[in-house]
Write a protein that binds this ligand. Structure first.
Ligand code: M6R
Length: 586
């Protein structure tokens, strides 16, 4: 939810910290800040707003000094204010920390620190870490000892980096991501490889339950009991270096337009991936497919594909509900976990419950260095490159494309595996973006949008409605077409828009009837279909494709429409209010 970064450098550290924060900003963008050590003094500059805004205001990247930490925040404890922004100094100002996650027992710790005379400046849970470290260091004079004491005192899931006034960075990881980058000019430690992308692809993984001490001499890693842990250097994919907006105004638009290529990439599973996933699925007695948000919508479609075309019967599970879902996990169970980030707390929790009971985990995940990828029995990469826009777009179609490849393999080709026609169809749709922009302009005053789909198209409707909600801040609700007459029809009047996903497959006639029902109550109808009809006030054409492949293209007009609605309504499509890209807290 927040991003943290530290840099021990042989040159001025602050420009690299600000650059890293900008790249990781998708993780949270309420406020930003930096702490830099100059001599023995730690200088902090922080404020409310996005990294660029705070930097323009305060000149974070001008601070001199070779060792620094930085933070972008997505508020959990304490409002969005300058004093709650990170970094947080300890009482004496001799160390500062940046933190991602939640310290569950912070109230008790804070009370006891207050009694001991420590002072607090913020309402955050994070500040206790700074004062606990200060107290431990005063007592032990050892950074390693202090880190061990602190990690055993705090409960919750967290990663934090502390900057000490001797120039050491100390970083701990417990169920939140943390990765060290080895650059030519020094050592980075960050929530995501994007924090140092383009500078180095040489990384050291800090595992769960480990902490690191980093100074100009090198890196030492320990487990929480203080035992040294040997570490190797791994190279991460070079694609993480390609993260600009290119010719596009927003990352979201760029990512929508990348889909003809990213779908093709995702569908190319290696022979060994196909063999292994087929073995795991055919040997399983139960298969659950889980994810949150957009990834859950892909899970719904993935289950339909497996159940319809293969011998595998799969049950979709919303990962945030998994704890309360009557799942039956054992060693014959396979969980297919979907996640763009691989760091979503709800997904990791669901997977960990499964792993404890002996289940196998197949993950479809975009961030190859993520926790989910690393704890899975088999992890299949989505290979769609970094997705920076907070709204998931290309990762959704890549998740679907991966399912098509798996279902095609398992069904002996009953599902087409060649997605060339889909890529072409999406390119054709995107050429018509000016039409979608006009439709968005006409719709921009709408307060309610209903999205109807039937069968697999209902899953697309769910995803379409989510895109409209999060990008354009308009109430949008997905409904199976046939449900309209069972109640929601009462909500329709001429101020309402109804979007129908209506390809000419087996669902066509029923959906057309629902469109007529809505129209006769005065609603304006937008038809997404390969066939025009008088019932549509606006018609968005779909390419002709094998019916089983339609969901892959149907979602694209929704993504573009939601994007243009956001632009028309002056919302920032890349950074929707109140959201963060990876939800790493419960
Ligand atoms: O990284 P994940 O795929 O696990 O993220 C899951 C959801 O948080 C995510 O899809 C969210 O719903 C997006 N903002 C949707 O656009």
């Amino acid at each position: 939810m927040c991003s943290i970064i530290g840099f021990v450098s042989s040159k001025q550290a602050s420009p690299s910290i600000v650059q890293g924060l900008r790249r990781m900003e998708y993780r949270g963008y309420d406020s930003a800040g930096i702490a830099v050590l100059e001599g023995k003094k730690i200088h902090v500059r922080k404020g409310v707003g996005k990294v660029a805004e705070v930097n323009n205001m305060l000149g974070m990247d001008e601070l001199p000094g070779y060792v620094a930490v930085g933070h972008t925040r997505w508020a959990t404890h304490g409002g969005v204010t300058e004093k709650n922004a990170h970094p947080h100094l300890s009482s004496s100002g001799k160390l500062a920390i940046v933190h991602n996650g939640i310290v569950d027992n912070y109230r008790v710790l804070k009370e006891s620190l207050l009694k001991e005379g420590f002072s607090f400046r913020s309402e955050t849970d994070s500040e206790v870490i700074a004062n606990l470290l200060e107290k431990a260091f005063a007592e032990t004079r050892s950074i390693e000892e202090s880190m061990m004491r602190v990690v055993t005192q705090i409960d919750g899931k967290y990663a934090f980096v502390a900057i000490f006034d001797d120039g050491t960075l100390a970083a701990a990881r417990f169920h939140e991501p943390l990765i060290i980058g080895i650059g030519e000019n020094g050592y980075y430690v960050a929530s995501d490889v994007l924090g140092f992308a383009g500078v180095t692809d040489k990384v050291v993984y800090v595992d769960n339950g480990e902490f690191a001490a980093i100074d100009s001499e090198g890196i030492s890693i320990f487990d929480f009991q203080g035992n040294p842990v040997p570490h190797g250097v791994t190279r991460v994919a070079e694609e993480f270096g390609v993260i600009g907006k290119g010719k596009y105004v927003h990352f979201t638009l760029k990512e929508i337009f990348e889909q003809p290529q990213t779908i093709a990439m995702a569908a190319k599973l290696t022979e060994s991936e196909l063999k292994e996933v087929s073995r795991l699925l055919t040997e399983a007695s139960r298969v659950y497919v889980l994810g949150c948000g957009t990834s859950y919508h892909a899970a719904l479609l993935g289950c339909r594909l497996l159940s319809e075309y293969t011998q595998v019967n799969a049950t979709p599970v919303l990962a945030s509900e998994a704890k309360f879902f009557p799942t039956k996990y054992d060693s014959k169970t396979v969980l297919i976990a979907l996640s763009q980030s691989g760091e979503t707390a709800d997904v990791l929790e669901a997977v960990e419950i499964g792993l404890e009971k002996g289940a196998k985990v197949v993950s479809l995940v975009n961030v190859a260095t993520s926790t989910l990828a690393r704890i899975s029995t088999l992890s299949i990469g989505l290979r769609c490159g970094p997705e920076i826009g907070v709204a998931a777009t290309k990762s959704f179609t890549s998740q679907l494309a991966t399912f098509y490849a798996i279902a095609s393999h398992l069904s002996g080709g009953r599902v087409p595996s060649d997605l060339g026609g889909v890529s072409k169809g999406i390119s054709e749709l995107l050429v018509k973006q000016t039409h979608l922009r006009e439709v968005a302009r006409r719709m921009k005053g709408a307060s309610d949008i209903y999205v109807l789909g039937t069968g697999p198209h209902y899953c697309v409707a769910l995803e379409g409605a989510l895109k409209i909600k999060e990008l354009a801040y308009v109430h949008a609700e997905a409904l199976p077409g046939g449900e309209l007459k069972h109640g929601p029809l009462a909500l329709l009047d001429p101020s309402v828009y109804v979007i129908v996903v209506n390809p000419t497959d087996a669902t066509y006639v029923d959906m057309l009837a629902s469109a007529h029902e809505a129209k006769s109550r005065g609603a304006k109808i937008i038809g997404i279909s390969d066939k025009p009809s008088d019932v549509y006030d606006e018609w968005v054409g779909l390419p002709k494709l094998d019916p089983s492949l339609l969901p892959l293209v149907e979602v694209v007009p929704f993504q573009a429409l939601a994007y243009y609605l956001a632009v028309e309504r002056n919302a920032d499509p890349d950074y929707p209010r109140n959201l963060a890209k990876s939800v790493t807290v419960k």
